[in-house]
Design a protein around this ligand. Sequence first.
Ligand code: HEM
Length: 506
Amino acid sequence: MHGSNSDERKCPYGHGATPLTTQFGAPVVDNSNSYTAGPRGPLLMQDVWLIEKLANLNREVIPERRMHAKGSGAFGTFTVTGDVSKYTRAKFLSEPGKQTEMFARFTTVAGERGAADAERDIRGFALKFYTEEGNWDMVGNNTPVFFVRDPRHFADLNKAVKRDPRTNMRSATNNWDFWTLLPEAFHQVTYVMGDRGIPKSYRHMDGFSSHTYSFYNEAGERFWVKWHFKTQQGHAHLTDAEAAQVVAGDRESHQRDLYDAIERGEFPKWKVMVQIMPEAEAETCGFHPFDLTKVRSQKTYPLIEVGMMELNRNPENFFADVEQSAFAPSNLIPGIGVSPDKMLQARLFAYSDAQRYRLGVNHHQIPVNAARCPVFNNHRDGQGRVDGNYGSLLHYHPNSFDQWQGQPEFREPPLRLSGDADFWDFRQDDDDYFSQPRALFQLMDDAQKERLFGNTARAMGDAPDFIKQRHIDNCTRCDPAYGAGVAAALGMSVSAELSPQPELAD
Ligand code: HEM
């Protein structure tokens, strides 16, 4: 059996096999035979061990994450290799050679907790750095862009790609109707329908912050930052046919690959890089720097080396560390901040809120989530409190005893904001949905393009022709060869006249 370690399954106190007790430590007399009146029953209520056993079974399952439910995790080490201290005051990045413990969780997005790994989907790339100034979480994906750029669309995206309310099956119609009505999704759709849509394993993919975040330094200067995590294992992908074969034989192919590689001592590594834009350039750069559906030119904003992350330890217990891990873009530290990206702003609320529901208000005390530096927040009580709850320390602020004081020396530089409050339609600001996916398409060789066409046609499945035609039109807008290729793969034709771009209702 994978990973069974007979030594660790023995009693830690040297008893050989561990004697069984109730959850409050009393010996359990018999773990095979229930306590009954006579050999044929009935049961007696005083069989408290049976009741405890049944009651615990009923409570084993916790809610799965609403998206990114299926995942794999590992602990590791981040080592600084480049000097970015002039951009950020973050202490864990202060000097080359410095090391910080970390935890990573990789995921598929649409599938449920039991879904197969080798599915066509984007992959989550969530990292937690246990720094001396608090936990910093980078909750990214394996693609540099996202489907939508207004958080109003996020819940609908999930509904469209997950199960239909009537059939309880995934629906190509729902999925492609939604995607094709939002042309800003086209860039991400091109990534997902291309080779990156099914990485061979989690080790063989890059990670991205996708969003613009920020750095700020001791001098109060701010920079807009995009993060890149470059796989050192090389890129490897599966075709649809290869993935079907893998899934038929192994639904946990990504989990097995990551787990086994780490057990073998082949520790996967990613080079950590950033693209940096000085704050003021956001006004003059000629594009929308906080648009999550666009990449940033590496010619203008070259990749700067920050460090290397290595995953080198499998969790001892999957539920304890992987299932209960809680990543949140709101977990920030001095020197690393957010940006005005409205998607990112919505995420600052969504994650901890989900985790208060999924894991409880004290989820920050679960060991995998707990900071490795002093935590002193004066949040008290709540379900599942497992520390001393700050004992008798006074519990109000302001007070006359210097307790619970803020730390103004860590203030972020002020951010100038302007504009009238309204339901701003980003389409009026920028309706260029196709030039970046065009560049992506034109980078593909002929074989990659053929796979893109075939993957798209298979994924569109039984969606009605008018939705397929809308997608062909979007492909043609991107590049006539893209439109012709997808049309041919679908057994359809390119339109003589492109359908009008769908207008979004308010
Ligand atoms: C998981 C919300 C966009 C990456 C989640 C979870 C929620 C959520 C509620 C489950 C959290 C949990 O139960 O622990 C949202 C919202 C978004 C958004 C409201 C947009 C408005 C994004 C984007 C990315 C992303 C743009 C990547 C750039 C992830 C990842 C996970 C996740 C990697 C799994 C984290 C883990 O491994 O536990 N998201 N999300 N999400 N999201 Fe998002």
